[in-house]
Design a protein around this ligand. Structure first.
Ligand code: WT7
Length: 657
């Protein structure tokens, strides 16, 4: 942004703390009646029929909610449906010739699928997978970049009742192996590679390396994305996707009837302790919730062209690129590459070309757009946009206002949506056709969501005071358990605030927050040992174990420090073994160790060598202190440490680096 422009924006928008939904938006919004909050409260849990009604059911449910065995809630019990039928088949009659997926590759090539074409692809893939031996409830892992075969394979799995487990393509070989082992997954769908900044990137070698770490037999299907740009040879248990599917041309597969509570997919996410958690989502509750929030918050209508710029490898892409939009029969845009290739206006070119109606992206991306300057969006006609959304991390008011003005032309509502992998869909955000927007604050809980901000003892805090988010009632999109680990499910999410004796179950998302007089919640960030880098969730323990695996490292601590663009960045403090010395090579091998162990997104911003880590008298590493050092914040009293002297030395190092 130029200085003069920034001053003008500052002057006009800086002091404005509240924004009303634009009239033009309200007139056409899917949800406009403010009584919806009251209606949901009064009719809870039956209010959730409204979500279930957005789907086609093979058999209607007998009960909306069964809570005999809390916190193992069951939704739409007795109901039967198939997710691929809901996302594809049921649109054929009215929308068979309309676009379901509009894909654009990084190099500019495009592929589009009408609902009719998507139906054909999904059926052929489903037939192929079924003949490979994939049966109902077999978990199929997908380790794929943003290619159309990814949603096609997901829907094909849903069609035959096989849950998928998608592993983000940017994750490492180790991460793939860990997830396939944890889920006993015998099938992998992957890809030879993809384009990044114009270059063909090898992905299959990483997949193969991961497979070496899988402790059981596997069958792999490989999509050929790069053609001649990457020669790859298939192993004995590997098949080429196109060759395989070609044998099933025109084949159709009857969608398997699934119980509402049957698993639709698993998604592994990071938590406080070492191993990733396998979050289990169901067919009926999850799909209803993804459809309902796409309808009420993203205002998706069948005729829209809707774009969520996330990666399908994360929950955002599952709920809001694939399941929500397709359940509603709209056109969902998928883009393979980076936002600055070939130039920094790529996103705006896509919005203009496809006349995108809604754009849903991350604050970290908006901060990058801001830094690149408004001259990039200005080169394009963005007038098709009707609604903007953000997700993944808090958005600072300055970035919010930039997005509002330079992308939304002050005529699109912005929804700042707070939710998690575990919640399946949005939980706290404004309804765009109803509520006043307050930049920096996500908004009130959605209708039917009983979220609060409480202190350590579970009492609601006064407006303005910092506390923790809790959710006091279940909702259809919630995770049902952690795969094969019910105990951990209870420990992680329910133990902190529930009163088992009184049978009061409270979900704890592990986020700090505050609330204002109008009930608007501002999220302050994670309170567990999770680092949020560019809206991506990374466990400190996972990073630390990758660092400790590097030869010569004795002990390590990883913390999140503030970062202008990424929100948070990884800082690692490292103690070397005797005989190893601090050096550029050592630093490099630690950085590589983290990239290999987790993925490039976890790449440490700084590696700080130290002879000791600050510890409490009981021997616990003082993470908060290490965070304060990374942020160059005031450290307060450090005299209660076992080794207070080390603090100055570490601080000195961080500052001089
Ligand atoms: C964590 C969940 C939700 C899909 C993407 C991330 C943070 C998410 C917001 C927001 C402030 C947010 C929270 C949450 N977060 N959305 N609008 N404002 N913080 O899913 O990887 O499961 O991470 O992301 O800290 O707990 P996830």
């Amino acid at each position: 942004m130029s200085d003069t422009d920034e001053t003008q924006l500052e002057a006009r928008l800086a002091d404005q703390t509240e924004f009303e939904p634009p009239e033009s938006f309200v007139e056409q919004a899917n949800v406009t009646d403010p009584d919806i909050y009251e209606e949901f409260e009064e009719n809870w849990p039956d209010c959730w029929e409204r979500a279930a009604d957005l789907l086609d059911w093979e058999t209607d449910h007998d009960e909306v909610l069964v809570d005999d065995d809390e916190p193992f809630y069951e939704w739409f019990v007795g109901g039967e449906l198939n997710a691929s039928e809901n996302c594809v088949d049921r649109h054929l009659e009215d929308r068979g010739d309309e676009l379901a997926i509009q894909w654009e590759g990084e190099l500019g090539e495009t592929r589009s699928y009408t609902y009719e074409e998507l139906h054909r692809e999904v059926n052929e893939c489903a037939a192929a997978l079924r003949d490979l031996g994939v049966g109902e409830d077999d978990i199929v892992t997908m380790y794929m970049p943003m290619v159309p075969e990814l949603p096609i394979a997901m829907l094909a799995c849903a069609r035959i009742g096989a849950p998928h487990s998608v592993v983000f393509a940017g994750f490492s070989a180790d991460a793939l192996a860990t997830r396939m082992n944890a889920a006993d997954s015998e099938y992998l769908v992957t890809c030879d590679g993809y384009y990044r900044r114009g270059d063909g990137l090898d992905h299959i070698s990483k997949a193969n390396e991961g497979l070496e770490g899988v402790d059981h037999e596997t069958t792999t299907v490989v999509v050929d994305r790069l053609g001649d740009d990457l020669d790859h040879e298939l192993g004995d248990d590997q098949l080429d996707y196109d060759d395989l599917v070609a044998d099933y041309e025109g084949e159709s597969v009857e969608p398997v009837v699934r119980d509402a509570e049957d698993m639709l997919f698993l998604m592994y996410t990071s938590g406080t302790t070492g191993k990733p958690k396998g979050v289990k989502h169901t067919t009926g509750g999850y799909l209803s919730y993804a459809a309902w929030t796409s309808h009420s918050v993203l205002d998706v209508k069948p005729d829209d062209t809707y774009w969520c710029s996330a990666d399908i490898g994360w929950i955002t892409g599952h709920s809001y690129i694939v399941y929500g939009p397709l359940a509603l029969g709209t056109t969902t845009v998928m883009y393979e590459g980076t936002p600055d290739y070939p130039d920094k206006d790529r996103m705006w070119e896509i919005v203009e070309n496809y006349e995108v109606d809604q754009l849903y992206t991350a604050p970290t991306a908006i901060r990058a757009f801001m830094k690149w300057g408004e001259e990039y969006p200005e080169q394009h006609d963005l007038s098709s946009l009707r609604l903007l959304g953000t997700v993944g991390e808090p958005i600072n008011p300055k970035a919010w206002k930039w997005y509002y003005k330079h992308i939304g032309n002050e005529s699109c509502p912005i929804v700042d949506t707070w939710w998690q992998t575990e919640t399946g869909g949005m939980m706290i955000t404004t309804l765009p056709g109803i509520a006043t927007m307050k930049p920096g604050s996500a908004g009130p809980p959605l209708p039917g969501i009983d979220a609060q901000v409480v202190d350590e003892s579970g009492e609601e805090v006064a407006p303005g005071e910092a506390g923790y988010v809790t959710v006091n009632k279940p909702w259809p999109g919630m995770l049902r358990t952690l795969y094969r680990n019910d105990d951990r499910f209870i420990n992680e999410y329910w133990e902190a605030y529930s009163d088992e004796e009184a049978d009061e179950w409270v979900y704890f998302p592990e986020d700090g927050a505050k609330i204002d007089d109008d009930g608007y919640i501002t999220i302050l960030g994670r309170v567990d040992d999770v680092i949020n880098v560019s809206g991506h969730r990374l466990g400190t323990m996972e990073i630390e174990s990758a660092v400790v695996d590097v030869e010569g490292v004795a002990e390590a601590a990883a913390v999140g420090g503030d970062h202008d663009m990424k929100g948070e960045a990884v800082y690692t403090y490292v103690i070397l073994e005797d005989g190893y010395e601090e050096s550029e090579e050592m630093r490099q091998s630690i950085v590589e160790g983290v990239e290999d162990g987790i993925g490039p997104i976890a790449r440490p911003e700084q590696v700080i060598f130290t002879p000791e880590l600050p510890k409490t008298r009981s021997g616990k590493i003082m993470r908060r202190l290490l965070e304060d050092i990374a942020n160059d914040d005031d450290l307060g009293n450090t005299s209660t440490l076992r080794n207070p002297d080390i603090v100055d030395d570490i601080q000195e190092k961080v500052r001089s680096d």
